[in-house]
Design a protein around this ligand. Structure first.
Ligand SMILES: C[S@@+](CC[C@H](N)C(=O)[O-])C[C@H]1O[C@@H](n2cnc3c(N)ncnc32)[C@H](O)[C@@H]1O
Length: 160
């Protein structure tokens, strides 16, 4: 077992070392996705998104024992409205419009289950479509500290 779990790694964009051996990278998909094309002079280039997790699994039902990790990073999709084939949906994934609240609740609860006591949960959220307060209602636990103003919030929780 590694020290850290990234439960929604996507293209690992925020990792400095995308092959960090201390991290188990998880996502519910694996593949190469086209985010459209762009022009460089006369050349048309393709913007690609590569998602290669170590393990393909659902954050609502993680295949790990209790108290396995010292740190869990949880950066789930934050959009409920995005065209299925839009670049936003490909890059960040999309939450189900009906079940998103319960899905995030289950995800948070799974993150806490697989954390060791006093372990750290780093949660990232973008407030574009769903206010943070609505998400925190589902978690039933206040963060210790975090970003209070920007559209993209980084919050820190501890497993009690
Ligand atoms: C906001 S993106 C993560 C971006 C990533 N942190 C990065 O730095 O590139 C959310 C990711 O969660 C994944 N995802 C969506 N539903 C999931 C689920 N139920 N279980 C695990 N991963 C899921 C999506 O495939 C997507 O890659």
């Amino acid at each position: 077992m590694t020290a850290i779990l990234d439960a929604c790694c996507g293209a690992k964009m925020f990792w400095y070392d995308k092959e960090n051996p201390d991290v188990t990278f998880m996502d519910n998909r694996s593949g190469e996705y086209s985010l459209g094309t762009y022009q460089v002079g006369n050349l048309e280039k393709e913007r690609k998104l590569v998602v290669i997790p170590d393990i393909i699994a659902d954050f609502r039902n993680m295949p790990f024992p209790d108290e396995a990790f010292y740190m869990v990073v949880f950066d789930p999709p934050h959009l409920i409205h995005a065209g299925k084939s839009s670049w936003l949906a490909k890059k960040y994934g999309v939450l189900d419009a009906k079940s998103w609240a319960n899905d995030l609740k289950q995800g948070f609860s799974e993150c806490m289950r697989v954390l060791k006591p006093n372990g750290t949960l780093i949660f990232k959220w973008n407030t574009e479509q769903i206010p943070l307060a609505k998400v925190l209602e589902q978690f039933g636990q206040q963060p210790l500290f975090g970003d209070k103003r920007s559209k993209t919030r980084w919050l820190v929780f501890m497993k009690r």
